[in-house]
Design a protein around this ligand. Structure first.
Ligand SMILES: [Zn+2]
Length: 316
C-alpha cells in the first residue's frame, strides 16, 4: 500500500508519521528540539523520518508538513511563527524537498490537524467544521465541504487573534485585546496567580511556592473542586465561549472541535464555554453547532499533513 510522510514541526518537538492512503499511522516517531533555526528543523525532521518503516508498507511517495505560524501554501514559505521566533520567510518546502528527496507540501499545523479531525476524528461525517487548538496560543482551522478554507491570503482561521476586548492589552501578534490573551494557558495561570497574590485561599498557594504554576495545575485543582482554580478556569471558559459564538455567528459550522493541551482540563472549562456559546449564538431552534473535544491526539497534525499531501498528489 502506498504511504505518505507526515511531519509536525512545533516549538519544542518534531513529530513524524508514516501514513497509509486511508489515514492509518503505521509508524511514528518524535524528537525534542530546541526550536532553533530552519536548518536544524529540517535535519531533525529528516532524521525522525528516516527511522520510520513498517512491514508491508511501501516507501512514502510525498510528504506533508504542518508548521506553526503563517504559512504560504502555494510556495511552502513560513512567513513567521510565534513558536519559532528566528524564522522569517523560511522556504521550508524547498529545504525539506532537498533533504528528503520527496515532493513536499507545507501547511499551518492547526489547519493540518483540522483536516485530520474532519476526515477521521471528532468532525468526521460533518459538512463544515472548525477545529480550535487551545494551548500556549489559540489557533484555528476551518474545513468547509471537504476542503480547508485558507482565505484570500492563506491566513484564515486565526481565531485566537480575533478581538474580544477593544481596550484589551497588547498581544504577541502586534494587536491588542485578542481572544488568545483571555483563554490560553498563561491567562488561566495568571488569573490563579492574581487570586493567590490577593491572599485568597487555594490549594495552589503551596504549589506556587515550590515552582511556577502551569495551566494543568490549575485545571487539576479545579477538577478537585478548588474554588479559586474553578473561577480561573471558568473565566477563561466564558471568554473562550464568546469567541466560539463569534465563529458560530459568522460560519454556522456543524461542529467545533476543541483540542490542544488546555482542552485536557475538560468540562470545567468546556462547560462554561458551551454555555456562553449557546447564550450568544441563540435562537437556532435545535440547529445548534456542536462543541466536542478532539480525537486525533498527538499525531493529528502529522496525519492531516500527510493526507493533504495524498490529496495534492491525487490532483496531479
Ligand atoms: Zn493577537
Amino acid at each position: 500500500m502506498g504511504s505518505y510522510l507526515g511531519i509536525d514541526i512545533g516549538g519544542t518537538n518534531i513529530k513524524a508519521g508514516l501514513v497509509t492512503e486511508d489515514g492509518s499511522v503505521v509508524a511514528s516517531g518524535s524528537r525534542g528540539w530546541s526550536g532553533g533555526d530552519p536548518e536544524d528543523a529540517v535535519a531533525t525532521a529528516s532524521d525522525v523520518a528516516s527511522e520510520l518503516a513498517a512491514p508491508g508498507t511501501a516507501e512514502p511517495v510525498a510528504c506533508g508538513v504542518g508548521c506553526a505560524g503563517l504559512v504560504l501554501r502555494e510556495t511552502g514559505i513560513v512567513v513567521r511563527s510565534p513558536n519559532l521566533p528566528t524564522w522569517h520567510s523560511v522556504p521550508l518546502r524547498k529545504l525539506l524537498e532537498a533533504s528528503l528527496g520527496l515532493r513536499v507540501i507545507v501547511e499551518n499545523d492547526v489547519n493540518a490537524a483540522a483536516y485530520a479531525e474532519y476526515l477521521l476524528g471528532a468532525a468526521r461525517g460533518s459538512t463544515s467544521a472548525v477545529v480550535v487548538a487551545l494551548g500556549t496560543g489559540v489557533g484555528g482551522g476551518i474545513v468547509i465541504d471537504g476542503r480547508l478554507y485558507r482565505g484570500g491570503h492563506g491566513f484564515a482561521g486565526e481565531l485566537g487573534h480575533s478581538t474580544v476586548d477593544i481596550d484589551g492589552s497588547d498581544c504577541v501578534c502586534g494587536g491588542s485585546g485578542c481572544l488568545e490573551g483571555f483563554a490560553n494557558a498563561a491567562s488561566i495561570v495568571g488569573r490563579a496567580a492574581s487570586a493567590i497574590g490577593a491572599g485568597e485561599e487555594t490549594i495552589l498557594t503551596a504549589l506556587a511556592d515550590e515552582r511556577p504554576l502551569t495551566a494543568k495545575d490549575v485545571g487539576d485543582a479545579a477538577n478537585a473542586g478548588d474554588r479559586v482554580a474553578l473561577e480561573a478556569v471558568e473565566a477563561a471558559g466564558r471568554v473562550f465561549g464568546a469567541g466560539l459564538a463569534n465563529i458560530v455567528q459568522i460560519l454556522d459550522p456543524d461542529v467545533i472541535v476543541v483540542g490542544g493541551g488546555v482542552a485536557a482540563v475538560g468540562e470545567v472549562l468546556l462547560g462554561p464555554a458551551r454555555a456562553e456559546m449557546a447564550a450568544r449564538a441563540c435562537g437556532r431552534e435545535g440547529h445548534e453547532t456542536r462543541l466536542v473535544t478532539a480525537e486525533m491526539g498527538e499525531l493529528a497534525g502529522a496525519t492531516g499533513a500527510a493526507l493533504l499531501a495524498r490529496d495534492e498528489i491525487a490532483r496531479g
